[in-house]
Design a protein around this ligand. Sequence first.
Ligand SMILES: [Zn+2]
Length: 321
Amino acid sequence: MRTLLLSKCLVVRCWAAARLPAWLMGLVALSLLGAAPAQALQVVATLPTLAALAREVAGPHAKVETLLGPRQDPHYADARPNLVLSLNRADLLLVNGLELEVGWLPGLVRQSRNPRIQTGTQGYFDASTAVQRLQVVGKVDRAMGDIHPGGNPHFAWDPRAGAAIAEGVARSMAGLDPAHAADYQRNGAALAARLRAIAAEEAKRFMALPESSRRIVAYHDSLVYLLDWLALKQVGTVEPRPGIPPDPAQLAKIVGIVRATQAKVLAQEEYYPRSTSDQVAKITGARLLILPAGPKYLEGQRYEDFVRGLAQDLYGAVSGK
Ligand SMILES: [Zn+2]
């Protein structure tokens, strides 16, 4: 499919070069040059969180796509040909980094044969380089499960990380499209300021809750940044180790932890299996909260509204409202 489309493009280009007289080709080249600054940047993000941030920073100057939706587990993705096509056209690729996409993205980027977005180029932005990382462990072995030695990669739902990413994306866009650099910088700074304000306001609201109602069980070890932002405490995970599904022994262990800590809430992303969490909730009376893993980007949801929604859902659950 991809090869077919690419070779079709090549054929069209060869045809144009063969048929047009040299002077006309010159005109075409000139008009393309003239049109370049007005042409929108093609931005591709791996995750809807990054895409939503980029859309705010870019305003009208870029077309921003996301490879995955909020209901897809970013650890795994099908290497569909349409993803390669998106990458083939991109001027800027935004990745989460810290090996979150290591299972599926490198192959797609290679297949895209797009020199503009390869690692280390100006068109490659790794969001993890902009944020403050948690759980940096240095060395890991397989027995620890799916652990990322450079730090926990699930920072995208902390608006403080979102603010730092917005500023980094603005710098990248300004470098690639200097004609609109001032717009990117202004949008990035304004978005970052709004996100830091939301972060502070929500953290204050949560900190006013008694410590006893701020205990949470997560499914995967993916909520650490979210919990850190909202002064919540993770008392256990349903997965015994990251990426390892729970067995009956783990179910018993989590039931024990929920009882001992009096945690009132289990929280997990939509794409993880619910059966064990449901059983824990049923046995202990704790509430299972299903969190969206990203903004509904295709429906136009903004990152700010997404993080406010997360805080609202969590506040409602832990405060028993
Ligand atoms: Zn993970």
